[in-house]
Design a protein around this ligand. Structure first.
Ligand code: AHR
Length: 647
């Protein structure tokens, strides 16, 4: 926090009532509705290397050699002046049908002092930290005559230093799995590294599914990167919408998120091309998404493939669609069914006997792109089948009221509509009454993707590639305004989530901006929008209080938190000057004289980056002089959550 902000906050705390300030009148005794307990959640899909090279712990890129059919991309040959080797993709020696190619390494010259083999460059390097344990594994088989060892190591990218080392021997002529633990010593954190497998004598060895995991969240196998998961846990999200987004749909029907191919042992997961331009390993499969929900204490909002893919093809409603409907029913059974059901038993076999709690299923994603008009019938077919078996589940239509009437679902009444808003920050500021006049008799609203952008062009414009991966304070002000709009209307807007969630900031990793959380191989940071969201999602309250604002271009939402015994006032001041605001709390007794203010304030163009992660971050201070009527001055360009405690 800069010195000027500290000074400003002190000034704010001591400002007093009197002059004709704008007023926020709060009817503390008049709750108008309950705040939706599910309001704040997260949305995720494979984009910007969110999982592979992101949350999913795997460190080896192209571990199954399927990323490119013509070359073992991300792999190179390791030799020195006294050793020689070649590597070749070998479809004639597959591990199995799911992983139909292996890497043949032929070492013609090598010794213990001069081993030769292969190296992987990882996802922009392999993260090395001191005293860290890594789980290395691979499948291998050798041609007759090889009796040496495979030396496994994490090295500097020029081979000049070995950070961790292990050895595997006893290879046979049949495929067998091998594993070894590697441990670093006093190393300085670095990502200028590579992962190396070498042979200490000449021979021919085939490798398949070469994997390396660092320490993961709670040491779970096939687990998650701890720093990223911690950033999400800190948001206290109530749900996770997955697996997309476009990632659910795929470019074609064949490359959709085909959940049955994403469960079970990794050796049975082929992965598939992701619509964002790279191949997904599917290491992050359905059960991993569910475990991720569990780790955050959040509920899945499961999006099921509904027969439309991004290339524009749809599956005709009726008999053609039936297998996809059955897939969705099976998927719901995998998530929620007891172990006595077929798919519940499969989940137990996969390591999770307990079913997951789930209340919402989304049918497709952005089906307004399907200009054939088939969504209405497709939705009906899915929703009828789901409701027949799971009457308690709410079915979400992906076409909301922001889309033309003709594209919406009419033949059924969806329980909820998913609306997406990627808008200039200015639009959010001008539209904070957006939901105020929505029809309360209509379906509930899920704002399943939203984000403000500060650029003069939208995220999908190619010029976005030149901008920072995360948006600046201008966007955060728009985002916070939008959140006040949703929270004030959360009798109707039951759930909302920013998108996209993650971006790997390394060159070439990104397809979309702005994003919530950025990271490289070793570090991560939150955007100003992340912090605005955190301030809201950790201060939700349970009742929306009646409030009205008079005389200022501010945005607000006021709730009561019965558990904390507090009034929570969220305020956005998008103006370039501080704004004194009279707070008139009617119908309140026992206000404590001291409250707290959590403030996110920064110049509009201020941003966080991987090198400067804390330029813009919230600060919590004491507020004294709290009375039923008092003045609080909001800093320029700020988001504030005031907590007024009641005795
Ligand atoms: O969030 C990025 C993309 O925006 C999502 O995949 C898609 O649903 C939307 O168009």
């Amino acid at each position: 926090m800069t010195k000027s902000i500290v000074t400003l906050l002190l000034v704010c705390a001591f400002a007093s009532a009197g002059a004709a300030n704008p007023t926020l009148t709060i009817e503390a005794g008049q709750p108008v509705a309950n705040v939706s307990p599910m309001l704040y959640g997260l949305m995720t899909e494979e984009i910007n290397h969110s999982y592979d090279g992101g949350l999913y712990g795997e460190l080896v890129q192209n571990r199954a050699f399927l990323d490119n059919p013509n070359a073992p991309v991300h792999w190179s040959v390791v030799t020195d002046k006294s050793s020689a080797a070649t590597m070749t993709l070998d479809p004639s020696q597959p591990l199995n049908d799911a992983l139909p190619v292996s890497l043949r390494v032929e070492v013609s010259e090598a010794s213990k002092r001069h081993p030769a083999g292969i190296a992987n460059d990882g996802y922009w390097g392999i993260p090395v930290r001191p005293a860290a344990r890594y789980h290395a594994s691979f499948y291998a088989k050798a041609a007759p005559g090889f009796s040496g060892s495979v030396i496994v190591s994490i090295q500097a990218d020029d081979g000049g230093k070995v950070y961790a080392r292990g050895e595997v021997s006893g290879l046979t002529q049949d495929w067998k799995p091998y594993e070894v633990t590697l441990e670093t010593g006093k190393a300085k954190p670095t990502a200028k590294t590579r992962y190396v497998l070498t042979l200490d004598q000449p021979g021919k060895v085939w490798f398949a599914l070469v994997s390396l995991f660092p320490p993961t969240w709670q040491d779970q196998p096939n687990g998650f990167r701890p720093d990223l998961l911690q950033m999400l846990v800190d948001l206290k999200p109530k749900f996770l919408r997955f697996p997309g987004g476009n990632y659910l749909e795929g470019d074609t029907v064949a490359t959709r998120f085909d959940w049955k191919k994403t469960i079970g042992p990794l050796s049975q997961r082929s992965g598939h091309p992701c619509p964002w331009g790279y191949r997904s390993t599917d290491g992050m499969g359905l059960l991993e998404f569910l475990r991720w929900c569990e780790d955050m204490g959040a509920e899945p909002v499961l999006a099921v493939y509904a027969g439309y893919s991004l290339g524009g093809k749809h599956v005709n409603p009726g008999p053609d669609l039936e297998p996809y409907v059955q897939d969705a029913l099976d998927e719901i059974e995998y998530v929620t069914g007891p172990v006595t059901t077929k798919w519940g038993a499969q989940r137990a076999k996969d390591g999770h006997p307990e079913p997951f709690p789930m209340h919402y299923v989304e049918i497709g994603n952005e089906d307004w792109f399907d200009r054939s008009g088939s969504y209405d019938e497709r939705f009906a077919q899915f929703s009828d089948a789901i409701k027949a078996k799971y009457s308690q589940l709410k079915c979400i239509s992906t076409v909301g009221t922001e889309q033309p009437e003709t594209l919406r679902v009419h033949s059924r009444q969806p329980d909820m509509l998913d609306e997406h808003y990627y808008r200039p920050a200015r639009t959010f500021l001008n539209d904070s009454a957006h939901f105020d006049n929505y029809n309360r008799k209509g379906p509930e609203i899920f704002v399943g993707e939203w984000a403000a952008y500060e650029t003069s062009f939208p995220p999908w414009n190619g010029r976005s590639a030149k901008e920072l991966p995360t948006a600046d304070m201008t966007a955060a002000l728009g985002d916070a305004t939008w959140m006040t709009a949703m929270e004030r209307n959360s009798d109707l807007v039951k759930m909302q989530c920013y998108a996209p969630l993650f971006v790997n900031v390394n060159p070439g990793a990104r397809q979309w901006r702005p994003d919530f959380i950025g990271y490289d191989t070793l570090h991560c940071y939150g955007s100003p929008s992340y912090y605005a969201f955190k301030m809201f999602s950790r201060n939700v309250g349970d009742e929306i209080l009646k409030a009205s604002l008079d005389g200022a271009a501010l945005h607000y939402s006021v709730t009561k938190d019965s558990q904390r015994g507090a009034i929570l006032i969220k305020l956005v001041n998008p103006q370039a000057a501080p704004q004194p605001l009279e707070l008139d709390c009617k119908g309140v007794t026992g206000l404590k004289p001291t409250g707290t203010a959590t403030t996110l304030a920064a110049a509009p163009d201020a941003n966080n980056t991987i090198d400067h992660p804390n330029n813009v971050a919230p600060v919590t201070t004491k507020v004294s002089g709290v009375k039923p009527v008092f003045v609080y001055t909001l800093p320029a360009d700020s988001v504030t959550v005031l907590q007024l405690d009641v005795q």
